[in-house]
Design a protein around this ligand. Sequence first.
Ligand code: NDP
Length: 336
Amino acid sequence: NRKFVLAERPKGEPDENTLRLETVDLPTPGKGQMLLRNEYLSLDPYMRGRMSDAPSYAAPVEIGEVMIGGTVAQVLSSDVTGFEKDDWVVAFGGWQDYALSDGKGVINMGKSPENPSWALGVLGMPGLTAWAGLTQIAQPKKGETLVVAGASGPVGATVGQIGKILGLRVVGIAGGAEKCAHVVDTLGFDACIDYKAEGFPDALKAAVPDGIDIYFENVGGAVFDAVFPLLNTLARIPVCGLISQYNATSLPDGPDRLNQLLGTILRKRMTVRGFIVFDDFGPYYPEFAKQMGDWVKSGKIKYREEVITGLEQAPAAFIGLLKGEAFGKRVVKLSD
Ligand code: NDP
């Protein structure tokens, strides 16, 4: 059994010393446990937070402990009611080939799910995040303008496509012409603005002639700076993630604009609400899964996945994810 453990807490960007590959014996399942062979490992931005011991909503991974991660796995043997050999499951099996589980929080997908790895993306945690953040927090009304950052990623792509289904004008923000073309041509957004291109704030302004009613925040930083002046009275801002800041080691330079920000939130009567998907919306999973399953099956929601082969590739693939190298949902296929 190969596993990646946290070797040291990164300062700034994680690097090749952050995680260490170890080879250990295959774990032996005890009473009430099952043995899982991980087939796919999900790579997600939140993992950067777990590498750090700064205060957060969840405990950090300890030094020497296996790195946390969502997995799609097959059951090799089971003493857990409701799970049998050869079932496909969604679990938090971590960055390793094999894992033990007592079945808590594990979802059984049966013996032959279609596209099992999609349960780590559009049909799983990122999909629920998109669906819940948009429908439950932003509560969109037909005809409103939605702007979503990280528009080609698993959360952003799903937010925007749901927005189109609900009758919104949807403008994405993404890095680079190729990602933006995908967001408009394949995902069906009304427009997508490249935040790395010159004149980004003006291009964004031109794309939202009626202002912005909902801003689904995935990135923070310079993108938020461009969005903020364009927000309408009574705008809603689900604060989902701030990926531009995850590797930051200090506050940005410049004048303190906190009171200006709060003043505008007050005058425009905005709703700004942060959320943690499973803490806030875990019980919505069955409703989400049915709805999203139908949308994906009927082709109303499209999904792009990037499969990287080999557990040993996972650290580099994760470091690249934080830098914007992923195009679609990044998963690691562990064995051939
Ligand atoms: P993504 O694949 O969208 O995240 C990676 C992308 O972020 C990159 O491809 C890049 O896209 C973009 N990015 C990286 N750095 C920057 C930057 N400096 N400025 C702007 N964009 C940047 O990830 P997910 O869809 O999985 O997650 C999206 C967000 O949602 C993340 O912030 C994540 O932490 C958050 N999240 C929150 C949850 C919650 O419960 N609150 C649950 C799940 C996710 P590009 O090339 O376009 O720059």
